[in-house]
Design a protein around this ligand. Structure first.
Ligand code: ATP
Ligand code: MG
Length: 329
């Protein structure tokens, strides 16, 4: 019963989703680590939460976003610190692994973990022991680790950016989430459910709108679908959301979607030009650009880094708007 409830938030009636829910109920209670791989917005965090619910573990689900932590703060954030360990440490702090004692430690965006942190993490995972910064003794915590990544870790291992032994350690079970475009049969159910959850009882999608949604490629996956539904509810002029409204919203991103990263085929220079064009349309505002694309700002920043678009370049785009010389239209 716990198990059924644990996967109830994972909507979708494709075979892939059904198999996923079954797997979660089976492996949830095991102690082994789980690695979840999938494109941005495919539901990795939601799956991690479902696994935690299915585990029946009494402790908390504690999420730690690896890429949001500067290297200098990694150890104290993950292993904790004692009072006086460094200047400014006026209180002791448990840290992420101790907080997850008896529960689940969710390591998000694990692919971005730097080499020194990988080594320290490996040791903590092997022994369940770690030393808080400034402490004399080791500390134990009984956490179950779940890690998530947008990138295939095996590829990073091949290119020397991720430790193979850490990958082995994390891969007790591996769950690969399909992109939404490879399970289009889930789109109607998800769209209807997001529409209902906005509690605008009157709104509904026209058959044409649904067709448009089902044909779209969704590089930002379920998160992007959710955003598009939210925006169509706001923009629709009638209770029935038309295909034209949805098309207009997707048109915003279509040019980029047609060309950008996901399944490849385009050269990096092409991707670069496209992303710059997209940033330009948002006057260099990365947050707004990420929102339009239905991806996390961190994902956009990573793409910028990969394509060599520097902050200086983005700021120049920003300043174009302020400059009186900029052409309008
Ligand atoms: N199967 C699903 N049923 C219902 N909602 C879903 C499903 N999959 C994803 N979502 C919703 O889509 C959004 C994105 O999901 P989530 O944050 O878990 O993705 P993610 O894979 O962790 O993305 P990222 O890599 O960008 O962090 C959330 O609002 C989540 O609730
Ligand atoms: Mg996530």
């Amino acid at each position: 019963m716990i198990n059924e409830r644990s996967t109830a938030m994972l909507l979708g009636d494709s075979d892939a989703m059904r198999v996923l829910r079954e797997r979660i109920t089976k492996i949830g209670p095991a102690r082994l680590p789980v690695l979840i791989e999938g494109e941005t917005g495919t539901g990795k965090e939601l799956v991690a939460q479902a696994l935690h619910l299915a585990s029946g573990r009494p402790g908390r689900f504690v999420a730690f976003n690896v890429c949001a932590i500067p290297e200098s703060l990694f150890e104290s954030t993950v292993f904790g610190h004692v009072r006086g360990a460094f200047s400014g440490a006026t209180h002791s702090n448990d840290g992420f692994l101790a907080e997850a004692d008896g529960g689940t430690a969710f390591l998000d965006e694990i692919a971005t973990m730097e080499a020194p942190a990988q080594a320290k993490m490996l040791r903590a995972l092997e022994t369940g022991e770690f030393r808080p910064v400034g402490a004399r003794a080791e500390r134990r915590s009984s956490f179950r680790v779940i890690a998530a990544s947008n990138e295939r870790l095996s590829r990073l291992v091949a290119s020397g950016r991720f430790r193979e032994d850490l990958l082995q350690r994390l891969s007790g079970f591996v769950i690969k989430l399909l992109p939404l475009r490879d399970r289009r049969e889930d789109i109607p159910l998800l769209a209807e459910s997001f529409l209902r959850s906005l509690s605008l009882a009157g709104s509904r999608l026209s058959a044409n709108a649904m067709r448009v949604l089902c044909r779209h490629d969704w590089p930002g996956n379920v998160r992007e679908l959710k955003t598009v539904i939210e925006r169509s509810v706001v923009l629709a002029t009638t209770e029935t959301i038309s295909g034209a409204t949805v098309r207009e919203l997707l048109g915003d991103t279509r040019e980029l979607i047609d060309r950008v990263p996901a399944s490849g085929g385009f050269s990096a220079s092409h991707e670069r030009r496209t992303l710059i064009e997209m940033l330009r349309r948002h006057d260099g505002d990365a947050i707004a650009t990420a929102e339009t694309l239905g991806v996390h700002p961190s994902t956009l920043y990573r793409q910028m880094l990969r394509l060599g678009i520097s902050s200086r370049e983005r700021l120049a785009i920003r300043n174009e708007k302020r400059s009186p010389k900029r052409r309008s239209g």
